[in-house]
Design a binder for this molecule. Structure first.
Ligand code: ADP
Ligand code: MG
Length: 691
């Protein structure tokens, strides 16, 4: 590994900038992939590719130059050129500095009769031959022509201090220094069979492709290898999870399960019953469970999880239930208390808000085995939280937790079972690649009697009048805004400002505000009062997005609806339609363009999360919908699961063949592949064991 400082022009200062991009070595830079490419070729036949942008460029002989001043203190250097197609002009702008000729270098480099290349942005989209200049290069600078103009040019994600031009030069140097040695790690024969570009060639072509074809090939090569490695890692993890036997067994005693069911007040839907059956079978099997329970918002996942926890408790095991927010954890705690009334099981709630004394008591009881179910937020992950015998870990709303957090939770028990719940349905192929270590149960049915939530776009006026009507009928309303406080940057309405206005508007009704920055005790109080029906209108941020369950709430108003992702909109909508009254969701949008408009349309057309998730993927890309990027669950640099479905299918097929022939990847021809996997997924994330 060669430090990035070996490259010309990179000293300690720039090295720091590169570090911000995660680039420490020349090899890192070689695999620092462009975000897109600019086509700076002249007269090339430009076949459109989604990741290539057409960029205006002029090549011509300088006829004359003009130096001008503007009233506002700017200096303009204008260059008039003769090009193959006729005439062109380019303007360079600089702030005027007294006694200093800012254009001296330009006057020299762009002297009449010289042939030069100039890039920039058209001053008028109709006149591509008139540019506001950006970069320029002499035509006889052969090196510049290899990286900056007259070709496909890479565009990188940058950080402050690094210019696009410098970045290209640095990458070019890295390519010269290291591309030829970029080691192939795929087993021999595989690249040829899949028609993949060799790794050394691809390492150059991904940055400086000779043409579109080469670029497409280079991208495909890296997309493939990324997906193959990920798929292999998950398959190995799955096998490793299942290769051990649990140290405990389960018996269906029903001394807790029966009173629980009798207490419920409803019977399970067929889909819930089926999910419970699958989960119980897993729990009774000799190897640990790793199961994902998918079910639309309101489909009743909580009671399924409770059933699983009671089976564990019946057999003397402890359980942990992790929820993504304090509000949700507290709400679940109330639900648990209600459903577990008369059931002989001990629950405790642990969040960041629990007082130190109480926390100490909980931790002691937990370690002594005197608590059966621990419910909490991320705080249950802390190292001080120790169980006597943790047998089942449940994670609610998986997209808020990462793989490492999952692993941390599981490590608190000895080969404990794991149940992960999500309301964001994941298409099966994606699931295989993303969470390949999980089995899947799905609840594709809502409890009986649920009325679909009518969804429509509305003006603020219509929405507020509807809110007043609902309140008059004794129902309750959520009014959601995207931000807590006004920022100058965007035209987004805020909870704080609007709350003041709404208090006046809904005079005589009880209006309260809820957002993440309120003190914990206040949040809790507001939520309790809203649940108890004492608050008519709750003005809130997305904090109410998940899990809140107040059947008397019948109207959800979402402001700046165009700003929310589809998954969030659907989750918010899921807060109403939980009781026996007709419910509505009104979307108030400030603008109706692009993706935002498309999401609103999707919301008014589909009521099911399963249908929506497909559109969501379409609109936003898979990484975002699953919320995995921010957790770094998978470091996908170039692949996109939904867009690259075909390559993904190939990678999955090859993964299966590779592991069927050589389960441990122990054969000599798989040695490099194994080492690569180990570097990536074992060393870095501790995801798998490849020692
Ligand atoms: P989610 O899957 O979104 O987590 P919840 O578990 O919060 O859904 O369930 C939503 C509501 O439906 C809760 O009030 C719950 O008590 C109720 N519920 C769950 N299962 C049933 C059922 N089989 N019949 C009637 N109501 C049910
Ligand atoms: Mg839930």
């Amino acid at each position: 590994m060669t430090s990035i400082q070996h490259l010309k022009g990179v000293g300690p200062k720039r090295a720091e900038m590169f570090a911000r991009l995660g680039v420490a070595t020349v090899e890192d830079l070689l695999f620092y992939f462009p975000r897109k490419w600019e086509d700076r070729r002249l007269g090339a036949k430009k076949e459109p590719l989604p990741f290539v942008e057409d960029a205006p460029v002029i090549r011509g002989r300088v006829k004359k130059v003009r130096d001008m001043y503007t009233a506002s203190g700017l200096r303009i250097f204008k260059v008039f050129l003769e090009t193959a197609g006729g005439e062109a002009e380019a303007s360079f702008f600089k702030r005027h500095t007294p006694r200093f000729d800012v254009f001296a270098p330009l006057r020299k480099d762009l002297a009449p009769e010289r042939t030069v290349w100039i890039t920039g942005t058209p001053e008028d989209p109709l006149f591509l031959s008139r540019l506001r200049a950006d970069e320029y290069y002499p035509d006889d600078d052969a090196r510049a022509l290899k990286m900056h103009v007259g070709r496909l040019v890479p565009v990188y994600p940058l950080t402050e201090g690094l210019t696009p031009k410098f970045m290209r030069e640095a990458v070019f140097a890295a390519v010269e220094a290291a591309a030829a040695e970029a080691p192939e790690f795929l087993p021999p024969g595989l690249p040829a069979r899949r028609r993949l570009l060799a790794r050394d060639l691809a390492a150059r072509a991904i940055h400086f492709p000779e043409n579109n074809f080469e670029l497409v090939q280079a991208r495909r090569r890296f997309i493939y290898e990324e997906l193959l490695l990920l798929a292999l890692a998950w398959a190995i993890k799955r096998r490793q999870t299942r290769s051990v036997n649990k140290s405990f067994g389960y018996e269906l005693k029903k001394n807790l399960l029966t009173p629980f069911r009798e207490n419920l007040g409803f019977s399970f839907t067929a889909a819930q019953a089926h999910a419970i059956k699958e989960i119980f079978a897993d729990m009774q099997a000799p190897t640990p469970m790793a199961r994902l329970l998918e079910g639309d918002v309101g489909s009743g996942k909580t009671v399924v999880a409770l059933s699983a926890m009671l089976l564990a408790a019946e057999n003397g095991g402890q359980c942990v239930f992790a929820a993504p927010t304090e509000i949700l954890a507290e709400q679940h705690f109330l639900t648990f208390e209600r459903f577990l009334k008369g059931v002989n099981v001990r629950c405790a709630l642990l969040t960041g808000r629990v007082a130190a004394v109480r926390k100490k008591e909980i931790l002691e009881k937990l370690a002594a085995g005197e608590i059966d179910i621990l419910l909490g937020t991320h705080s249950v992950l802390g190292p001080e939280v120790k169980f006597k015998s943790l047998r089942l870990a449940v994670i609610d709303e998986q997209h808020r937790f990462g793989v490492r957090q999952r692993a941390a939770l599981r490590a608190k028990g000895d080969r404990a079972d794991m149940l992960i719940m999500t309301a964001t349905p994941i298409p099966r192929t994606l699931l295989l690649a993303l969470y390949g270590d999980l089995d899947l149960s799905a609840i594709r049915e809502l409890p009986p009697g649920r009325l679909p939530v009518k969804t429509a776009e509305a003006t603020e006026e219509i929405a507020f009048n509807a809110a007043a009507d609902e309140a008059a009928k004794g129902r309750q309303v959520y009014i959601v805004y995207p931000v807590i406080e006004e920022t100058q940057a965007a035209d987004m309405k805020s909870v704080k400002t609007e709350f003041e206005r709404l208090k006046v508007f809904f005079k005589g009704r009880r209006v309260e505000m809820l957002h993440g920055r309120l003190p914990g005790a206040l949040k809790k109080k507001v939520m309790e009062e809203f649940s108890a029906g004492k608050i008519d209108i709750l003005v809130a941020t997305q904090v109410i997005e998940v899990g809140i369950d107040v059947p008397n709430a019948t109207l959800m108003v979402i402001n700046n609806a165009e700003r929310f992702g589809l998954a969030s909109l659907h989750q918010l909508r899921g807060r109403v339609g939980r009781g026996r009254w007709d419910s509505r969701c009104l979307l108030v949008a400030q603008s109706r363009t692009g993706d935002g408009a498309e999401r609103l349309r999707a919301m008014t057309q589909c009521s099911s999360g399963f249908e929506l998730s497909e559109k969501d993927i379409y609109i936003r890309g898979a990484g975002e919908i699953l919320g995995v990027r921010q957790h770094g669950d998978m470091d996908l640099k170039i692949a996109d699961m939904s867009r690259d479905a075909e390559v993904l299918a190939e990678a999955l097929e090859d993964r299966d063949a590779l592991l069927a022939a050589d389960p441990g990847l122990a054969r000599p021809e798989n040695f490099r592949l194994r080492r690569k996997l180990r570097d990536l997924y074992a060393a870095k994330w501790n995801l798998i064991d490849l020692s």
